[in-house]
Design a protein around this ligand. Structure first.
Ligand code: NAP
Length: 325
C-alpha cells in the first residue's frame, strides 16, 4: 500500500481538462441545489489549508476515472472537506490528486489498492483508517463504494472469484465491513453503494461465480453483480443503518465513461453531468435503505427486499471473503 507522493512526472499529467471545467461548474450548481457555500475556485487554492478543521471526510473508491473522479472533483469543493481519492493504478491516483490540488488546495490524499485482491483491501482499510483518524477524531465519514468493472471476458481474481463479482460485490462487502467500526463511531456518517439500473437476472445460487460451461456472458455477470450490490446494500442498511447512519444505494446515471463504452456504447450523458453521487453525498438527510435512480427514491429489484435471498448472499460473501460482520 502506497500513499501517493505529490511529485508526479509531468508526463503523467494527462488528466482531461473536463475535470476542472466540471469542477468549477458543479461548484455553483451543487451550492445552489444544496444551499452550500462552496469555496471560489479562483481563491480556493490559497484560502484553504489542510490545517483547518476537517468537518467531513469523503472516501470515493475508483475515483481515478469516470463518475468517481467527477464526484471527487465535486466533493473537494465543499467546505472543510477531507477527500480520500482511491484507485488501483498509482500513477492515475497521483494524477488525480495532483490535478485536484492544482485547482484547490483542499485537504486531499490518495490511496492505492487493487480491489480484486482481498489482501490489498485489508491494507486499504488500514490505510484509510489511519488517514481518517489523522484528519479528525470525530468528523463524519461518507464512504462511496463507486469502483466497478464490466469485464468482456471471464477472468478470476487472485482468490478465484469471477472478477466482476470480486470487484463489484465482494470488495465493497469486505471494505465496508472493515471500515464499519470507524464509520459507526462517527455521528452522521453514511454509505453510498453504487448499483445500476442494469441490476437483474435470475440468481444462479449454485454457480454465483458463473464458472459452469456457458454460464458467463459479460452482461449477465454485470447485471448479477449489480443486483447483488443492491441486495448487499439493503442487507447492510437493515443490519447496521439508521436515520443517523444511512446506508443507501443508487444508479449513478447513464454516463459516458470507459465502462459504458465497453458494454453499451457512448449513449449516456457527459461525465461532467454525473452529479447523482454528489447529490447523495451532500443531501442533508437520507432515508436508510433507499435506492435512488435520477436522485429519486425508487424500488430496487424484488430480490433486494427478499430477506432469505439476502441472507444467502451474505453467507456466500462471508465464506468467500473469510470475513463476517
Ligand atoms: N457509466 C455508467 O453509465 C454507469 C451506469 C450505472 C452504474 N455505473 C456504476 O458506476 C460506477 C463507476 O463506473 P464508471 O462508469 O465511472 O466506470 P469507469 O470510468 O471505468 O471507472 C471505474 C473506476 O473504478 C476503478 N477500478 C476498477 N477496477 C478496480 C480495481 N480492481 N481496484 C480498484 N479500482 C478499480 C477504475 O480504476 P482505473 O482508473 O484504474 O480504471 C476507475 O477509477 C461503477 O460501479 C459502475 O458499475 C455506471
Amino acid at each position: 500500500m502506497k500513499s501517493i507522493s505529490l511529485l508526479v512526472p509531468s508526463s503523467l499529467l494527462l488528466l482531461s481538462s473536463s475535470l476542472f471545467v466540471s469542477s468549477f461548474v458543479i461548484q455553483s450548481h451543487t451550492s445552489s441545489i444544496l444551499g452550500l457555500s462552496a469555496t471560489s475556485p479562483s481563491t480556493g487554492s490559497g484560502s484553504r489549508s489542510s490545517t483547518r478543521m476537517v468537518e467531513k471526510i469523503y472516501i470515493v473508491t475508483g475515483s481515478t476515472d469516470g463518475i468517481g473522479q467527477h464526484t471527487a472533483s465535486n466533493l473537494i469543493n465543499t467546505p472543510d472537506a477531507k477527500l480520500l481519492v482511491h484507485g488501483r493504478n498509482p500513477a492515475k491516483v497521483a494524477q488525480t490528486v495532483q490535478q485536484l490540488k492544482s485547482v484547490n488546495t483542499g485537504n486531499i490524499d490518495g490511496v492505492v489498492a487493487d480491489l480484486a485482491s482481498f489482501q490489498d483491501i485489508r491494507r486499504l482499510a488500514k490505510d484509510l483508517e489511519e488517514k481518517v483518524e489523522a484528519a479528525s477524531p470525530d468528523a463524519p465519514v461518507v464512504l462511496i463504494n463507486n469502483a466497478g468493472v464490466f469485464e468482456t471476458r471471464r477472468k478470476e481474481s487472485p482468490e478465484g472469484l469471477e472478477m466482476t463479482f470480486a470487484i463489484n460485490v465482494a470488495a465493497p462487502y469486505l471494505l465496508t465491513g472493515l471500515l464499519l467500526p470507524i464509520l459507526r463511531r462517527r455521528k452522521n456518517s453514511r454509505i453510498i453503494n453504487i448499483s445500476s439500473i442494469s441490476q437483474g437476472g435470475s440468481i444462479p445460487w449454485d454457480d454465483l461465480q458463473l464458472a459452469l460451461p456457458g454460464a458467463y456472458t459479460d452482461h449477465r455477470a454485470y447485471s448479477l453483480s449489480k443486483l447483488c450490490m443492491a441486495m448487499l446494500s439493503m442487507e447492510q442498511s437493515s443490519r447496521f443503518g439508521s436515520a443517523e447512519f444511512p446506508i443507501v444505494c443508487c444508479d449513478p446515471g447513464t454516463v459516458n465513461t470507459k465502462m459504458l463504452e465497453a458494454g453499451w456504447g457512448m449513449y449516456g450523458v457527459d461525465v461532467s453531468a454525473a452529479n447523482d453521487e454528489t447529490f447523495l453525498a451532500l443531501a442533508p438527510s437520507l432515508d436508510n435503505g433507499s435506492y435512488f435512480v435520477g436522485r429519486m427514491a425508487r424500488k430496487a429489484n424484488a430480490e433486494a427486499y427478499d430477506a432469505k435471498s439476502r441472507a444467502r448472499l451474505w453467507q456466500h460473501l462471508e465464506e468467500v471473503t473469510g470475513f463476517a460482520y
